[in-house]
Ligand binder design. Structure first.
Ligand code: PLP
Length: 466
């Protein structure tokens, strides 16, 4: 039975939104055939004790080992992890990182708030050195969503304003502030609101399916035009109301949406003219994912506040950071975020060591060169498969947009799911974004040979399922 047959035998329940995101018929069939007894048992126990939520629990599989770019399930099936929640830049379980964490736990396992400690100070200084421009004043949190909240609070205090402008389809985390500035329906809809007031949105800068009716394609790119329109909308909104605290955005949306040339310079100017801050969320893109240390380095635009997280903890510990221009150190009389692990020496040591590994193993360069090769290979795949409407990428953020027709650009969500489960069957894990985009976030340590293997698995799966 092919995956297509499986789907026809078990139609989707359109009323069941949980079924849509967590328990589709393709997933059930894959799970039945491709997970062993121990994995099934681990998933069932997990589902019994965790709160269920979309695209999370109940889980797809269960892991017992994560090493380098590989995951291994409870029954020994192995997957190249081209997702990794973007935490595994240096590969899972890097021996140097594990040794540094162990040493730090022996020396100083914790620092209560109001006590400085060497690893936290050294990390803040290091971030000041690698961050773009003069960004250097830092606050740490345990997660990206909290670091976004910190950025929003700094922007409010610094400007005396509360409104924000951000992008539909963006993601900034799951807290109320982050969900409010985010633009993904899943995190905003239903009974979760009301969200924060004054959080206004503009359409994303992605040209491929832009809402302006501009017919962009690889043969006739119109991305500059789309970028100019969106930048114009931002300038218009900022000037019309005149009281925005900040524009907050992912400089390179992880779907991926690549910013059109000159787009961020226009937005930077519009912010400066309107007295609004520019906040870049580099939580998944920071530390080299796009082939430069920060995604905004491609555009030579320096934000007022940069937020990072995910890979900062080396794929072992949770740590995120909000990094501001020195003039934004204006909250001395307020509580920005008295986070319990604000200066945790172990998480800070992990982050410092992770940055050292990225620099010394030339991982940013690897993402740039292997990523450029992979993008060429994706273009070649697009020439051979009509089901591919668009391919996009920068460094190790790569997307293959599947369509039912290149003319209508209708997302081929069903095909994307079949391709996804076939790839899993053949040992490759990634994620589907926006319903139809096969989204690849390989670890920065991924070699050209492993990239070649992964792309061949995808190529074969599309040939088989389309
Ligand atoms: C762009 C972006 N911002 C913010 C977040 C939230 O980070 P965290 O899950 O650590 O709260 C994420 C997580 O996926 C993200 O991709």
């Amino acid at each position: 039975m092919t995956l297509r047959d499986a789907h026809q035998a078990t139609p989707r329940d359109p009323e069941n939104s949980e079924g849509e995101s967590n328990l589709s018929p393709y997933r059930s069939k894959w799970s039945e055939a491709q997970t062993g007894a121990q994995t099934k048992d681990a998933i069932a126990r997990d589902a019994a004790c965790f709160l269920h939520q979309s695209v999370s629990s109940p889980c797809l599989s269960a892991v017992r080992r994560a090493q380098g770019i590989w995951l291994e399930d409870m029954d020994g099936r192995r997957y190249m992890d081209f997702h990794g929640n973007s935490v595994h830049h240096i590969g899972y379980g890097h021996p140097r990182l594990k040794a540094a964490i162990t040493r730090q736990m022996d020396e100083l396992p914790f620092a209560p708030r109001r006590f400085a400690c060497e690893p936290a100070t050294a990390l803040a200084e290091k971030l000041g050195q690698i961050a773009p421009g003069d960004l250097c004043k830092v606050l740490f949190t345990t997660g990206g969503s909290d670091a976004i909240e910190t950025a929003l609070k700094v922007a409010r205090v610094a400007t005396g304003r509360f409104k924000t402008l951000s992008f539909w389809d963006s993601f900034h985390g799951a807290g109320f502030g982050a969900s409010s500035v985010g633009g993904e329906q899943l995190f905003r809809m239903g009974p979760i609101g009301p969200l924060l007031p004054g959080t206004e949105h503009v359409p994303p800068f992605d040209a491929y399916r832009n809402p302006f009716g501009i017919p962009h394609s690889r043969a006739q790119p119109r991305d500059r035009e789309v970028g100019d329109i969106v930048a114009g909308l931002i300038r218009f909104a900022l000037q019309k109301e005149g009281d925005f605290a900040a524009v907050i955005a992912e400089p390179n949306r992880a779907v991926p949406f690549i910013p059109p040339p000159g787009f961020w310079k226009q937005v930077r100017d519009a912010c400066d003219e309107a007295g609004a801050l520019l906040i870049f969320d580099e939580i998944p893109t920071g530390l080299g994912k796009t082939g430069k240390m920060f995604a905004c380095d491609h555009d030579e635009v320096v934000p007022d506040i940069l937020v990072m997280g995910k890979a900062l903890g080396g794929g072992i510990v949770p740590i995120a950071a909000t990094i501001c221009r020195p003039e934004l150190d204006v909250c001395g009389a307020f509580a920005l975020g008295h986070y319990t692990h604000e200066k945790n020496p172990v998480t800070c040591r992990a982050a410092l060591t992770t940055i050292e590994i990225i620099e010394e193993e030339n991982l940013v360069e690897n993402a740039a060169t292997v990523g450029a090769w992979a993008l060429e290979r994706l273009h070649d795949m697009m020439d051979r498969h009509n089901a591919i409407g668009d391919v996009r990428g920068r460094g190790f953020l790569l997307g293959i947009d599947l369509v039912t027709s290149r003319e209508t650009k209708e997302p081929a969500s069903d095909l994307a799911e079949r391709v996804f489960y076939r790839c899993l069957e053949n040992g490759l894990s990634f994620k589907i974004s926006m319903g139809s985009v096969l989204t690849l976030y390989p670890a920065l340590v991924t070699s050209r040979a492993d990239m070649e293997k992964a792309l061949q698995i995808i190529d074969d799966a599309i040939a088989c399922e389309a």
